[in-house]
Design a protein around this ligand. Sequence first.
Ligand code: DX5
Ligand code: ZN
Length: 216
Amino acid sequence: MAHLISPSVLSCDFANIQRDVEMINQSTADWFHIDVMDGVFVPNISFGFPVIEAIKKHATKPLDVHIMIVNPDKYIQDFKKAGTDILTVHYEACPHLHRTIQAIKEAGMKAGVALNPHTNVNVLEDVIADLDLVLIMSVNPGFGGQKFIQNAVNKVKQTKDLIIKSGSNALIEVDGGVNLETGKQLIEAGADVLVAGSFVFNSSNPTQTIVDLKSL
Ligand code: DX5
Ligand code: ZN
């Protein structure tokens, strides 16, 4: 499978959100990456349901929603209602991860689990068969524009091994500090989906930057 690109809306111009959504619609990107931050699980607050609903109205591609919040179980139905296609929770925020994954799937969404840079891939061993997506964080979550943590490349390889060993269909997505150089290393290591925020939206030609990432 050719790899997928999920531009992170966190780096778009919020005063021109419809324009930036249309840019992604027209581009070779595959998904919309949407970062929800609560100021508790991560030291930043981004946006919530009204913004996701507004994006959904215009988006012609799946919404890949990455929630950096405590108590994600409380909001699973709300994320579905807002238009989420793939819902990714953090391992570190879910004491009953198996239950959370089942609830996401019962609500009619694909289920993903994100791992912070310090969390070992092995913690997913007993749930990997149930997952649609594993999100490897290559920065500490909370902000766009941070420096890529190189160890993420090893974690992608470890995740790939785990997926093959277990017969899981999960995709491997990587988020944080992705550019052409880090993106290439991640694809070679086995990544299926690249998230890119600042690299896309701070470039002079975001549509072309998405093509460049897609062509890696
Ligand atoms: C970070 C977010 C990322 C962020 C990536 O907490 O999860 O999705 O938008 O931004 P860049 O690509 O600029 O590192
Ligand atoms: Zn993200």
